[in-house]
Design a protein around this ligand. Structure first.
Ligand code: ADP
Ligand code: MG
Length: 305
């Protein structure tokens, strides 16, 4: 089991300190898909790079089965990095003038692992690149390149596969294919630790969702619990209902915009019953699921525009 204890990361540049991670505590059981969600700049890459030993934390410890990873050297470190963690960082590159096989060979030789063409062909099948082993990587589409990179990491047979924003540059169909690969790997028992800034991707079969916000772990939850805990609804009605809305209890954030009134509630059943008694009909109302996370990510999008 991998455990992060009080992990903080402070970058210092030109005398300015940026706290990218603020006292992060996470324990990973070796199963399933862990989804690390956070808007751009929330600290996802900082965290993953520390787990993948590409960078050092400013303070705190990573423990593998109780042993401090920062004390690993030589073979123990190799085995942590190769057999335990397989890492694909955000802008992973292949060597263009080599074919897919050769790229995977290079990845394996870096890890001093033996090549086995039969195994590699199986991996190409998993990532949907059957028959493309001899294709030069600069003759692959963007999505195929990404999958070839994943194949290279899978060839190392890691227990935990760490993917930093793998779908960021993918079109919709590649993304769907990618999710099939992930499902397949999960069924084979690989633990996948996956980061994204797309809240929509939460719908996929994550066992666990970690939400990072400004370097802090804001949520450590499951898709089900997240939906349960954050079932606040947003209601929008014509402004003519404003006098009725103002008399309702259990609502908040009343906003009047043009000819509509909008408000939030966690008590949708009782609010709806009261509105109905006042002559409001279902066709008069628009209801949306709004969670804290939705709000957080909406604000982010506005800021980024
Ligand atoms: P994410 O991957 O979620 O977009 P990052 O981990 O890349 O977030 O960045 C977290 C914060 O740390 C950001 O404010 C970013 O600007 C800052 N940061 C990341 N890398 C460096 C660095 N090498 N030097 C200084 N600041 C950095
Ligand atoms: Mg990043």
């Amino acid at each position: 089991m991998l455990e992060l204890k009080n992990i903080s990361k402070v970058y210092k540049q030109k005398g300015v300190s940026v706290t990218a991670l603020n006292n992060i505590n996470i324990k990973f059981a070796d199963t399933g898909l862990v989804f690390l969600l956070g808007k751009s700049g929330s600290g996802k890459s900082s965290l993953l790079n520390i787990i993948g030993n590409l960078d050092k934390q400013t303070s705190g410890e990573i423990l593998l089965d109780g042993n401090n990873v920062s004390k690993f050297k030589g073979r123990t470190l190799d085995s942590y990095l190769n057999s335990y963690i397989g890492f694909i960082f955000q802008d992973y590159n292949l060597i263009d003038e080599y074919n897919v096989y050769k790229n995977i060979d290079i990845a394996l030789s870096l890890q001093r692992k033996k090549k086995n063409k039969e195994n590699i062909n199986k991996i190409l099948e998993i990532v949907g690149l059957t028959g493309l082993g001899n294709r030069k990587t600069n003759e692959l589409s963007g999505g195929q390149k990404r999958r070839a990179a994943i194949a290279g990491v899978l060839a190392m047979k890691p227990k935990v596969l760490v993917l930093d924003e793998p779908t960021a540059a993918m079109d919709t169909s590649t993304r769907q294919h990618f999710w099939k690969i992930i499902q397949n790997l999960k069924e084979k028992g690989v633990t996948i630790f996956y980061s994204s800034h797309y809240i929509e991707e939460v719908e996929h079969t994550a066992e666990r969702i970690l939400v990072l916000h400004r370097g802090k772990l804001l949520r450590d939850t499951t898709p089900f619990a997240m939906r349960e805990a954050e079932h606040e609804k947003q209601l929008t009605l014509s402004k003519i209902f404003l006098p009725i809305v103002e008399k309702l209890s259990d609502i908040n954030n009343i906003e009047v915009k043009n000819d509509t009134v909008t408000f939030m509630t966690k008590e949708i059943d009782s609010v709806w019953q009261k509105l109905q008694k006042q002559g409001c009909q279902i066709t008069d109302i628009e209801i949306q699921n709004k969670s804290l996370l939705n709000t957080l990510f909406e604000q982010t999008e506005e800021m980024e525009k």
